[in-house]
Design a binder for this molecule. Structure first.
Ligand SMILES: [Zn+2]
Length: 92
C-alpha cells in the first residue's frame, strides 16, 4: 500500500515496518521526490496520546529540548549540505 506524500503529494513507496506502542506493526513509506517519511494512516493516535501527556508529567519539555538537540546533531552530521529541514507533526 502506498500513500501520497504529505509534503509534496508524490506517490510514496514502502520503506519498512516498525512496532508502535510495542504491539502494532506499522508500515512506513518514503517519498522518492522529497525524502519525507511517513506512516500509513495513523489509527493509534488516540491510544498513544491518551496517557502520554499527563498533568503530572513535568519532564515533557525537558525531553522535547533533549530530542531537539539530538535531532539537530544527527541532521548536521548526516546532511551537511542541507540548510533547512521541516519538522512535520513531530510534537512540541
Ligand atoms: Zn514528497
Amino acid at each position: 500500500m502506498a500513500d501520497k506524500c504529505k509534503v509534496c503529494g508524490a506517490k510514496s513507496v514502502y520503506f519498512g515496518d516498525a512496532d508502535v506502542l510495542r504491539k502494532l506493526r506499522v508500515q512506513y513509506f518514503r517519498c522518492p521526490r522529497c525524502g519525507f517519511m511517513q506512516t500509513e494512516t495513523p489509527y493509534w493516535l488516540d491510544e498513544a496520546y491518551s496517557s502520554a501527556i499527563a498533568s503530572q508529567d513535568v519532564g515533557i519539555m525537558f525531553r522535547n529540548l533533549m530530542n531537539r538537540e539530538v535531532t539537530s546533531a544527527v541532521i548536521n552530521l548526516l546532511f551537511t549540505s542541507t540548510t533547512s529541514c521541516l519538522d512535520f507533526g513531530a510534537g512540541h
